[in-house]
Design a protein around this ligand. Structure first.
Ligand code: ADP
Ligand code: ASP
Ligand code: MG
Length: 812
């Protein structure tokens, strides 16, 4: 014999119930089955909400109830063609009874637990009766009233089962019962006076286990709306998957800590008789689902992660507790008498404080009662008044074989820390089946996803990008990302999503990732942007592995990096302003990045996509020291002087460079040498020297007139006006058979930038197009420098440099 239990969503409407009947038909071909059903869909919630409403507005409560009645009549209409009248009569009489009870609640202004149990029992009384009749249309089916079989104490809403009496009743009934299929309402029971009690919300699972254990069935099947018990709640963690086999104890821990798919008490009766529990999906019946059994096949050492929201922490604290026995006994006795469920306990070994987690609904009552219990000690200042902290959640990592592995809790807490999830309290059972942590409830989703990635997805890592600036570089970056998506997933096991995107006018967010094929449209339809709004949205999204990417050349954007880093959000930027700002600011950003474990990467600040800063970092980290740097670092200036001669005009060559994307949006920043000065400054700083921009000698080749312009038009006009000046510069070099290169030098702590005449035997002489070159002279490369050379400007190579920084973060 088997017991099959179908939950609320499995019997939410006629369509679904047809699926249930097909499953029952198949299961009952070979053996007898007992079928336990929940109330239809959300009926229990609706009945209970109606009961509360009846206290104040009985008319509205009855109106709502008539909608519930309609649902039931519709199902009868759809599924019971033959025996309809009898069934409708019975349904009507049950609802008439309910309307009267609502009326009574209103008149008496009384809604005790006893009445609530009675009201909520109608859901399962109706559903089991209707489905029994629907099944009877094609199968040999009968209905049995659960309240005649399962006997409990007087705890109306959370009744404790008298197993001795219930088992006897169940055995006796099934001994006589000859029908192939027996329909029973879950959740409902009765006390020894025959009054209706209920087994707690979600209790139909438990009813099914009680029947299975009493009847010693070979299996208990729980049919629901997901194909098994998942590694985490699939509504919160998209990557969660069904666990194939799990032990009773592990399943109990997971369900106790919030995996709603199974009501926690369900396991006990099944475990006692070692009846395997199979969790299956009504809407995907071929899927094997999850098997809960005594000796599951070896799986991951961490089996699952679950969480409970709306937790409060209650702290009993004070020097007066140390060494004096009895405090915890009084604490727990107080909570237990008031039937307040303790979800979590920790005690510091100094015995200076005890901390318990309770459901938020119970917190106020617990606080009042405990302040009363300890009033004398509090008055005498031996302990402090009871402290309550709300808006918390518990996350629990569960797995029986965790105890055999070292470092799991280390992994857990470092993953949480890396993602800026603050842990308020920790508990680990000595059986080590479970490590749980109390966190802010607003971090729960991020924490679950972080831990899921840590323990179940080592193979794929997800990075969440927030990109600001979609000009030349930004646009190319997004295109490259889209193009490489499948490669990254397949070869690097990396899933990179752009969650937020902004330009100077608009911003758009999509928590499942913006479609990079249509980002322009999405951005156009976005909201007005501001740096603050963007930051607030990033905070609100609260994703793990978040990276803020700055593709602008904007001062204000560069000023927000610190805020992101302090939230453990990495920053990748091609904007040079921050690293070239005053030294203290540069240093602060580096320190904050280290402290909050968030990367701050700016490879593209020098040489676009060339691996200059990364190479320098590797040299320094491995103990090398830089003495001298010589470099041509301006792709734009290189392009300009490679193309400028007596046959062209300086104005046209600069305009061409800008058109091809080789200059900053403001070309004067390149031509004045400021951009090169910033780059050599950054290289000097990365080499370990403390330097300011003003310390760099800048011998500009522009005239005073060009330097003093304030916009692009005036700047270009000044170039035309000073053409003779530029032609002279060219001629002076050409006469000496030299080429013009804009060189940056750093020697013994001093730096300068300026135009130089380069002779044909110098490595800079043949530098083409917009190429950059850097010569590092170090302890290890004293005479023959380490040379890095290649394309050093352009949107594509800069975008690929940004991309490389993102990959560096992912690979850490
Ligand atoms: P039923 O009505 O069938 O009893 P429930 O709503 O009580 O179904 O339980 C199923 C739901 O439990 C799923 O839809 C899912 O949202 C939630 N859930 C929470 N944690 C888990 C988990 N670890 N595995 C599967 N489901 C989970
Ligand atoms: N119908 C009850 C509830 O919603 C019991 C159950 O579905 O398990 O709590
Ligand atoms: Mg349930």
């Amino acid at each position: 014999m088997k017991v099959l239990k179908f939950g609320g969503s499995s019997v939410a409407n006629s369509e679904n119930i047809k699926k249930v009947l097909a499953i029952v038909a198949k299961a009952s071909q070979k053996e007898k089955v007992a079928v336990v059903v929940s109330a239809f869909g959300k009926t229990t919630n609706n009945l209970l909400a109606g009961a509360s409403l009846a206290l104040s507005d009985v008319k509205k409560a009855k109106e709502n109830l008539s909608e519930v009645e309609d649902l039931h009549n519709q199902i009868v209409e759809d599924l019971i063609p033959n025996n309809k009248t009898t069934v409708i009569d019975k349904v009507t009489s049950l609802f008439d009874n309910l309307y009267s009870i609502y009326e009574g609640v209103f008149l008496l202004q009384e809604l005790s637990d006893k009445t609530l149990a009675k009201i909520s029992s109608f859901g399962e009384r109706l559903s089991s009766y209707i489905i029994a009749n629907a099944a009877n249309e094609t199968l040999d089916a009968t209905h049995k009233e659960s309240r005649e079989l399962i006997i409990t104490n007087d705890d109306f809403l959370n009744a404790q089962v008298n197993f001795e009496r219930s088992n006897k009743n169940i055995e006796a009934f099934f001994k006589e019962n000859k029908h192939q299929v027996t329909l029973l309402g879950g959740f409902i029971s009765a006390n020894d006076k025959g009054e209706t009690t209920t087994l707690g919300r979600g209790g139909s699972d438990f009813s099914a286990a009680i029947y299975a254990a009493a009847l010693n069935t070979n299996e208990l099947q729980i049919w629901t709306d997901v194909p098994g018990m998942f590694t985490a709640n699939p509504r919160v963690v998209k990557q969660a998957y069904a666990i194939s086999e799990i032990s009773y104890e592990e399943a109990m821990e997971l369900s106790h800590f919030g995996a709603k798919v199974l009501y926690p008490p369900t396991i006990q009766p099944a475990l006692r008789k070692e009846i395997p529990i199979r969790i299956k999906n009504t809407f995907e019946p071929e899927n094997v689902g999850t098997l809960i059994c005594k000796n599951p096949k070896n799986g991951n050492e961490v089996k699952g992660i679950s969480h409970i929201e709306d937790i409060s922490l209650i702290t009993l604290e004070g020097g007066g507790m140390i060494g004096i026995p009895g405090f915890s006994k009084r604490l727990f006795a107080t909570l237990s008498v008031a039937k307040i469920n303790v979800v979590f306990i920790t005690q510091a070994s100094s015995e200076h404080s005890i901390c318990v987690g309770v459901y938020e609904n119970d917190a106020l009552k617990a606080q009042e009662l405990l302040n009363e219990t300890f009033s004398i000690e509090i008055d005498r200042k031996k302990i402090q008044p009871i402290h309550v902290e709300n808006n918390l959640a518990i996350i629990a990592v569960v797995g029986e074989s965790m105890k055999n592995y070292q470092g799991l809790s280390g992994q857990m807490f470092s993953a949480l820390g890396k993602n800026n999830v603050n842990v308020r309290a920790i508990a680990q059972g000595s059986s080590e089946k479970n490590i749980s942590a109390v966190i802010n409830k607003y971090d729960a989703k991020k924490a679950l996803n972080t831990l899921h990635e840590q323990f179940f997805e080592e193979k794929t890592k997800q990075l969440n990008l927030f990109v600001t600036g979609v000009g030349n570089v930004g646009e190319r970056f997004l295109a490259q990302l889209e193009q490489q998506k499948s490669f990254l997933k397949k070869n690097l096991k990396l899933k990179i999503r752009v969650i937020g995107l902004s330009n100077s006018r608009k911003m758009v967010f999509n928590n499942s990732g913006i479609d990079l094929k249509n980002w322009k449209e999405a951005l156009e339809n976005g909201e007005p942007t501001s740096l603050d709004n963007f930051y607030n949205e990033v905070k609100k999204a609260n994703h793990r592995n978040s990276v803020f990417i700055d593709n602008t050349a904007n001062q204000a954007v560069s000023e927000v990096y610190e805020k992101y880093l302090r939230d453990s959000i990495s920053v990748v930027t091609c904007n040079k302003i921050a690293c070239a700002s005053n030294y203290d600011n540069y240093k602060t950003l580096k320190e904050v990045s280290r402290k909050y474990n968030a990367d701050f990467l700016f490879e593209t600040n020098v040489g676009a996509g060339l691996p200059i800063i990364d190479t320098l970092k590797n040299l320094i980290n491995s103990g090398d020291r830089v003495h001298k740097i010589q470099a041509v670092l301006s792709g734009s200036l290189n392009f300009v002087f490679n193309n400028f001669n007596e046959k062209s005009t300086f104005h046209n060559v600069v305009a061409q460079a800008q058109k091809e994307g080789f200059t900053e949006p403001d070309p004067k920043i390149d031509l004045s040498g400021v951009d090169v000065a910033r780059k050599i400054l950054i290289l000097a700083r990365e080499s370990g020297y403390q330097l300011e921009l003003e310390d760099i000698a800048n011998n500009s080749f522009l005239t005073e007139e060009s330097l003093s312009t304030t916009n692009n038009d005036d700047f270009y006009a000044s170039l035309t006006k000073n053409e003779v000046h530029f032609q002279q510069i060219f001629k002076d070099a050409n006469d000496k058979n030299c080429r013009l290169k804009y060189v940056a030098e750093f020697v013994d702590g001093k730096a300068n930038v300026g135009l130089q005449h380069i002779a044909s035997d110098h490595p800079f002489y043949n530098l083409e197009g917009s190429d950059n070159i850097v010569l590092f002279f170090t302890d290890r490369y004293p005479e023959n420098p380490l040379i890095i050379k290649g394309a050093g400007a352009g949107a594509d190579v800069t975008a690929s440099g940004i991309f490389a920084d993102v990959i560096r973060i992912a690979n850490k």
